[in-house]
Design a protein around this ligand. Structure first.
Ligand code: GLN
Length: 282
């Protein structure tokens, strides 16, 4: 079968769960991985026939996609901010919204030397590793409650050749004398009441500990991290959060109640309230 024909076969077989653009993107990721090709190369060779082995590999990926498995779990990797990260069932698949947060931090910190950055709840390590990759002069530490997530993030740090320090701890109880200049976090923020609107493949395959908070305390991580920032950030420190799109006002009010000034609430590329930057003066 030719590559272009198989792409059409993917669209047909996946039409119940994915629209045409999504199917095309999924086919492209699968084919890039199996054939070791760049997306532009792939477009040029649509008429070439697949070898039997590559054809079988791509069909097996298609079967996994049909049961709703995320492509990143099937391939064991995810693209994030110009790097490829290993992912598995112990970590959240890095999202494009988080790339926007990382982009914000990297632009703000460019040119600053000798500063300490802490990422809280690292998962795959996508945030701290990307920061360190593009700002090698910055010292980067990260914490996560899950030893398996840390093992995955450590592998990613090695693979991407970045020097990041890892701490295994629960941010809800963690205390330290270490001081930082910048804290970044994309903590769990989805309320149980939002579950119904979510894709089955997220619910079935991604770690719930990384996604969910209770309906009565949806800002628990933000509040704890803000307290931590008040005690562990140097003066004029910065705190960056990815936030729940429905809880922008609540998040800002909670921060204000603690005496923290939000410098900016930013929307993501879909126009949803998605990240905040806070100045921490003590
Ligand atoms: N920091 C990681 C990410 O942004 C993990 C986030 C999480 O598990 N809540 O992907």
């Amino acid at each position: 079968m030719r590559i272009g024909e198989l792409e059409e076969h993917f669209q047909l077989e996946l039409e119940e769960i994915y629209d045409i653009d999504e199917s095309k993107a999924l086919f492209s990721l699968a084919a890039e991985n199996v054939l070791k090709l760049s997306p532009s190369k792939l477009k040029m060779i649509r008429d070439i026939s697949l070898s039997f082995i590559d054809f079988q590999k791509l069909l097996s990926i298609l079967n996994d996609l049909k049961i709703g498995k995320p492509i990143q779990h099937i391939l064991g990797e995810a693209h994030f901010y110009g790097s490829i990260f290993k992912v598995n069932e112990h970590v959240l698949i890095p999202r494009p919204e988080t790339e926007e947060l990382v982009d914000w931090v990297i632009h703000d910190l460019a040119g600053r030397a000798d500063i300490q950055v802490l990422d809280i709840g690292t998962g795959s390590g996508c945030i701290p590793i990307s920061i360190k990759k593009y700002l090698p002069q910055v010292k980067v530490t990260t914490i996560d409650i899950s030893s398996r997530a840390i093992a995955t993030a450590q592998e990613n740090a090695n693979m991407i050749n970045t020097d990041v320090k890892f701490i295994e701890a629960d941010i809800l109880t963690y205390k330290t004398d270490l001081k930082f200049d910048v804290i970044v976090s994309n903590p769990p923020y989805i309320r149980a009441l939002e579950k119904e609107a979510m894709h089955q493949n997220v619910l079935s395959f991604e770690p719930h500990i990384a996604l969910f908070v209770t309906d009565d305390e949806p800002l628990i991580f933000y509040s704890k991290i803000a307290d931590f920032a008040l005690s562990n950030l140097n003066n004029n420190g910065l705190l960056y959060f990815e936030i729940n799109e429905y809880l922008g006002d609540e998040t800002l009010n909670m921060l204000k109640d603690k005496g923290l000034d939000t410098i900016e609430l930013r929307k993501d590329m879909q126009g949803k309230d998605r990240m905040v930057k806070v100045l921490v003066n003590r």
